[in-house]
Design a protein around this ligand. Structure first.
Ligand SMILES: Nc1ncnc2c1ncn2[C@@H]1O[C@H](COP(=O)(O)OP(=O)(O)OP(=O)(O)O)[C@@H](O)[C@H]1O
Ligand SMILES: [Mg+2]
Length: 231
């Protein structure tokens, strides 16, 4: 096994529906993503980008194949643990197109919600949240409400939230779609820095070609399978 591997996929298949409603989405996908890499995932609408991310995040079940997350084989024609939630909590951070911060909690409480459900002590999780807010240059907003922040600032909080449990993998579904070009470039550069400094593998869905130059690899879904281009 490659010590550096964060995600390894073998012979992955996924379809939805039956009969007339049948859609074959991913057919015999094979790839490896290493720690420290920022990978762009691009493909037309409906090609299966979100479905692929959700399988990597142990949210959506494949039909067959193998998924390794780090050195743990988590799926081989079935989930190898009943606790896929635990894998998600411990290994994976999610970032979505909308920030999904909780409107009635201030910024620091939005960040500490997940660690607290993982039974991390209050002071410890607050400390961690403040370090991340510092890292993302929004420390002065810790007591503000999400409605008092700009779109870009809220998205930085959402990225901080995705990192609060020190995940090995971050899955980002169009994280810059709601932002203007400069803010988008800031967010992608930030993701690149996180990948390098924290040795995290990041898969980022994007429709914006201007973001590709900041990524290490470009992953495409073509003819229902995965192909790579160097960025
Ligand atoms: N729960 C579901 N039930 C049935 N079909 C589904 C389901 N989820 C996705 N699909 C179908 O699978 C295909 C891939 O959808 P997916 O959402 O992964 O595409 P996408 O590449 O993320 O598209 P977009 O760029 O529009 O977000 C589509 O044909 C979609 O209709
Ligand atoms: Mg999608």
């Amino acid at each position: 096994m490659n010590q550096n591997q964060a995600i390894k996929i073998q012979h992955l298949n996924k379809s939805f529906g039956k009969g007339d409603a049948y859609v074959d989405v991913i057919h015999d996908a094979n790839f490896t993503i290493n720690k420290g890499e920022l990978v762009a995932l691009i493909a037309p609408s409906g090609a299966g980008k979100t479905t692929l991310l959700m399988m990597l995040g142990c949210v959506e079940s494949p039909d067959s194949g193998t998924i390794w997350l780090g050195d743990e084989k988590v799926y081989e024609n079935k989930w190898l643990t009943k606790e896929t939630r635990k894998i998600r909590r411990e290994k994976i951070g999610f970032i979505f197109q909308a920030h999904y911060l909780i409107p009635f909690l201030n910024i620091v409480d939005n960040l500490t919600l997940l660690p607290q459900t993982n039974k991390v002590k209050d002071e410890e999780s607050k400390q961690k949240a403040r370090e991340l807010l510092e890292y993302f240059d929004i420390a002065e907003k810790e007591n503000a409400m999400p409605s008092q922040l700009s779109g870009g600032q809220n998205q930085r909080v959402a990225i901080a939230r995705a990192l609060i449990n020190d995940p090995e993998i971050v899955l980002a579904d169009e994280p810059t779609a709601a932002l203007d070009t400069n803010r988008s470039i800031d967010v992608v550069k930030m993701l690149k820095k996180i990948a390098i400094q924290r040795d995290v593998a990041i898969v980022m869905v994007t429709h914006d070609e201007r973001m590709l130059e900041y990524c290490d690899k470009i992953m495409k879904i073509e003819n229902k399978t995965i192909v790579f281009n160097d960025a």
